[in-house]
Design a protein around this ligand. Structure first.
Ligand SMILES: Cc1cc2nc3c(=O)[nH]c(=O)nc-3n(C[C@H](O)[C@H](O)[C@H](O)COP(=O)(O)OP(=O)(O)OC[C@H]3O[C@@H](n4cnc5c(N)ncnc54)[C@H](O)[C@@H]3O)c2cc1C
Length: 543
């Protein structure tokens, strides 16, 4: 564990463990980026200094007293460490700032309300006093959505508003407070025979309110849907009043108001409770399969045919492109084995072969029926079944791979992700254009996968790595990142499929959505938050 008062402690992912680069992975990194053993002995920008803020808290003593009178002294924090912790999420640019000892956007204080009623009083007061309010869940945002450029308060929803309120077994729904983390929710649901069905890679350190607000997708979203598909109703506190929607299965009473909050990223109000669909819990029934294809094009074609065939949907459905597949084979030690040589002889060549992973959940008979159909279609698309163990291994490390970013940054390697939604028609164009863009940067490396699949298209998820330009880390990253976003958009990708927009992708909103759509978003914002106190300062491109 790092010293708890250091930048490093704040920037590190999850349980703050010191993750190390394994033997196989170290070999790949040395080869791709020209690093030596000496590089592995040093830490670039380790961020081990104690946190010290330059910006003093701008709240007046009477304002601090007000928050304390509402939520109790112990739930109002204005020390440097708390303010720095709530000053950002986990976007690469923010982590870089922390490593450089920079905290550009701290809130003036962190307030942890204990009840919905306290949130109502806090939001009313802040609207009157023109104090910015940034709702904060697990702070795992990767889009700059939890910064406080206008100071004010960060509202920590995780400390107290973190319980399941009811599991309704008749309606098959859960009503949960917004600050509840994934594992606690899932544990409670499993105990009662259910599952939440939403497993983002950040599952361990993200909350229900954050999932809804960033409009996230879990790793099994092809079967269970994105979070907005699971959302039945919610309770939200806005400066214009409390909005509470009802839990009907469907209505035709004008448009659905709860949807306004899915993707609002804290700009309209604070979600305090949500009612979500839940699913039967039966992991022993899961039927899984891994396939290998000779090319990305062949794998994508098979994936499209499977999802469009109406023979049931897999829950987990992924393709790793050739670069990601090669890295998976090399870092797992599969590369060069007898099995690898057999695959190569059969035409599944390194540099073009692709892995596809499938898992179907539900009743045992159903899962096996759907998997049988998928196997048939994968074979018809010239995919080869390679067993179940690659899927099981992938599932075992599905949260832990997030910890690799810290040691890579220690090695001076820039590593970030972007993601987009594309129609099937555009998928290969965007995939190819992104690779061409990254290939122009010396020693840069891009891996792409598909992990959320629909009848008319899918997402593309980009992970890029490249040595940092030492001394110019921030500008270099910003320029490279901007170019990749623009490449994705110009070939027909969306700004985001599931990470949201935040402040990082906000500059592209108006150009992408169009002026009329942005005006509509701004009008809703003006109505619910007339004094612009909710997560102000560029989020979603609203101001
Ligand atoms: C390693 C890693 C892996 C990730 N993998 C995935 C993934 O697989 N799928 C995915 O969808 N995302 C993923 N993300 C992104 C991120 O985890 C999600 O956006 C997540 O939904 C954010 O939840 P959070 O609780 O951390 O919210 P925060 O980061 O705290 O907040 C995110 C946004 O929601 C707002 N907000 C939070 N709570 C509330 C509330 N109660 N009311 C109103 N507004 C609120 C905030 O103001 C902010 O705008 C990943 C991030 C990391 C770092």
């Amino acid at each position: 564990m790092e010293h708890e008062n250091s930048y490093r402690h704040l920037l590190k992912w999850g349980d703050k463990r010191e993750e190390t680069v394994g033997h196989h992975m170290a070999g790949v990194i040395k080869e791709k980026f020209g690093l030596t053993d000496d590089d592995f002995g040093r830490k670039h920008l380790p961020g081990t200094e104690p946190v010290k803020l330059e910006k003093p808290s701008m709240l007046k003593p009477a304002q601090v007293e007000f928050f304390k009178s509402i939520s109790g002294d112990e739930n109002v924090l204005a020390d440097d460490l708390s303010r720095a912790r709530f000053s950002c999420g986990k976007f690469y640019g923010e982590l870089l700032d922390m490593r450089l000892g920079l905290v550009p956007d701290p809130p003036d204080a962190v307030v942890a309300p204990r009840t919905h009623e306290e949130v109502v009083r806090i939001v009313e007061y802040c609207s009157r006093e023109l104090i910015a309010v940034v709702p904060a869940g697990g702070l795992s945002s990767v889009t700059g959505a939890v910064r406080s450029p206008r100071g004010g308060i960060a509202l920590d929803l995780t400390r107290h508003l973190n319980r399941v309120l009811t599991v309704n077994k008749i309606n098959k729904t859960v009503t949960v407070q917004a600050g509840m983390y994934g594992p606690a929710l899932e544990e409670e649901l499993n105990r009662q025979g259910y599952s939440c069905g939403h497993f983002p890679q950040s599952f361990e350190y993200s909350t229900v309110g954050g999932w809804i607000s960033a409009r996230g997708a879990g790793q099994a979203s092809t079967g269970y849907g994105k979070i907005e598909d699971m959302l039945v109703s919610l309770k939200a506190v806005t400066p214009a009043g409390v909005l509470e929607t009802k839990d009907y299965p469907r209505t035709a009473q004008g448009w659905d108001l709860f949807r306004v909050f899915a993707g609002a990223e804290g700009t309209l109000g604070v979600i305090t409770e949500a009612t979500l669909h839940i699913f039967n819990y039966g992991p022993e029934n899961t039927a899984s399969a891994a396939f290998i294809f000779r090319s990305f094009e062949a794998a994508v074609d098979a994936m499209r045919r499977i999802i469009q065939s109406e023979c049931g949907k897999p829950h987990l459905f992924r393709i790793s492109d050739p670069d990601e597949t090669d890295i998976a084979f090399r870092t797992s030690g599969f590369d060069g084995t007898m099995a690898d040589r057999v695959l190569q002889m059969l035409g599944f060549k390194a540099g073009s072969r692709c892995l596809m992973f499938v898992a179907v959940e539900g009743e045992k008979d159903y899962a096996h029926f759907v998997l049988k159909k998928i196997k048939k279609k994968a074979r018809a698309g010239k995919g080869m079944y390679i067993g179940t163990s690659p899927v099981k291994k992938w599932l075992e490390q599905r949260y832990s791979s997030a910890y690799m970013r810290d040691p890579l940054m220690d090695l001076g390697i820039m590593t970030d992700t972007l993601e987009t939604a594309v129609t099937w028609e555009n998928l290969l164009k965007v995939w190819k254009a992104a690779h061409e863009y990254v290939a122009k940067r010396p020693k840069a490396f891009l891996m792409i996968h598909i992990s959320h699949v629909y009848e008319n298209g899918a997402n593309l998820y980009f992970t890029f790595l490249s040595p940092m330009e030492k001394g110019n880390e921030k500008n270099d990253f910003a320029a490279f990142h901007r170019g990749l976003v623009e490449t994705i958009l110009s070939y027909g990708g969306s700004i985001s499929h599931h990470h949201g927009v935040g402040r990082v992708l906000a500059p592209w909103m108006e150009g992408h959505l169009g002026k009329s759509s942005m005006e509509l978003l701004r009008a809703v914002k003006r109505h619910l938050d007339p004094n612009n106190i909710m997560n102000p300062g560029g989020t979603l491109g609203l101001s």
